[in-house]
Design a protein around this ligand. Structure first.
Ligand SMILES: [Mg+2]
Length: 361
């Protein structure tokens, strides 16, 4: 099989509904965006797809560097192409998601050619997995407790907070939530890099006392040393390397430094399935979990293929709480069923019109 064409199909994406907020200082839900489908065509009549909300950035990289590298290559040579793009990155400094978008489209080709969902092509470990309710930021402690009740009622068995980014206020929320749900519900906290070491330590001690399962990204992941120092100061398990660039290679430095109780992995920020699985296997070598960052069909495949992972992240973006369609009434997410990645599972009337026109060419 040979790659015959690489297209970027720009599509307008409406603003996220309902709108929501993250911690103070961060932009909230995505406004109307200029998204894009990456379409990698082959001479076998199979096309690979991947999607990003950063259409202009993807278009630039594909037009300037990537198309010429891919056309004429074997799309099954994913390991070769993954390494090749890292080599190009040395000059180009690609945005971190770019490697993932390309790799996901190549795996889509591989799965469609084999007539298998990607998780089976990777090697399946399970067919379903518990989802945790991963909250956006709500207005006050009382609203969080109400949201937590709704999540448990809807079947979720674990809850992760994204809160205000104020260490003392977030500590009070974390303690109140533990008191509210009792000792048996696994709770996690995600700081979205909102703190310095002093505040991260203060909050970490509160999370330790409240028996949180993990403490995620309290600080920017630029300094492995800061994370090492935090790990010396708090007992709550740190889960690290969600956004740090360099895929499994940078993750290894966090592990060697001794600060990782677990690591993050994802198609979006580890370089597609290829980088995400390298990260998971790296962690496995140290008996560490690699927990999958973010919802979406691509990450659902990862959850089914990584032995050392325990949850699917399901975003709770509104109050009243809506349970997304990919989580069932028992709080479980299930293996995708379509060949390849299966973006098609969410299309009600076929592909979006602009994409359909390109696929029909
Ligand atoms: Mg996170």
């Amino acid at each position: 099989m040979i790659i015959t064409g690489v297209d970027v199909v720009r599509v307008p994406v409406p603003a996220y509904e309902p709108p929501f907020v993250w911690r103070a200082g961060l932009p909230g839900s995505e406004p109307a965006a200029d998204g894009a489908w990456l379409v990698i065509r082959t001479d076998a009549g199979v096309s690979g797809l991947a999607f990003t909300l950063r259409g202009a950035m993807l278009q630039d990289v594909i037009d300037r560097r990537i198309r010429a590298e891919l056309v004429g290559r074997d799309p099954i040579a994913r390991e070769f192409l993954w390494e090749r793009i890292w080599e190009l990155d040395r000059i180009d400094r690609f945005p971190v998601f770019v490697q993932g978008v390309i790799d996901v489209a190549l795996w889509d080709i591989g799965g469609k050619a084999a007539q298998m969902p990607v998780y089976q092509l990777l090697g399946s470990y399970r067919e379903s997995i518990p989802a945790y309710a991963s909250t956006v930021t709500f207005s006050c402690i009382e609203e969080y407790l109400d949201v937590a009740d709704q999540c448990l009622e809807l079947g979720y068995t674990a809850i992760k907070l994204h809160a205000w980014g104020d260490a003392r206020r977030d500590a009070r929320l974390s303690e109140a939530l533990r008191e509210h749900v009792g000792p048996d519900v696994p709770l996690m906290y995600d700081g979205s890099a909102g703190f310095d070491l002093l505040d991260a330590t203060y909050l970490g001690k509160a999370l330790s006392a409240a028996d949180y399962l993990w403490y995620e990204e309290p600080m920017r992941e630029f300094s492995v040393t800061a994370y090492s120092w935090l790990a010396e100061r708090v007992e709550v398990p740190l889960i690290v390397a969600e956004v740090a660039e360099g895929s499994h290679m940078k993750t290894a430095d966090f592990i060697v430094a001794g600060c990782a109780a677990a690591v993050r992995t994802s198609t979006g920020l580890r370089g597609g399935f290829t980088g995400a699985m390298r990260t998971a296997h790296l962690a496995d070598a140290f008996l560490l979990r690699a927990e999958v960052h973010g919802p979406g069909v691509a990450n659902r495949h990862l959850c089914m293929s990584i032995s050392n992972t325990t949850y699917y992240e399901s975003l709770i973006d509104s109050n009243p709480v809506r349970r997304p369609a990919d989580v069932d009434a028992a709080g479980n997410a299930h293996a995708p069923t379509l060949p390849g990645v299966g973006y098609e599972e969410s299309w009600v009337d076929g592909p979006p019109a602009l994409l359909a026109a390109v696929l029909a060419e």
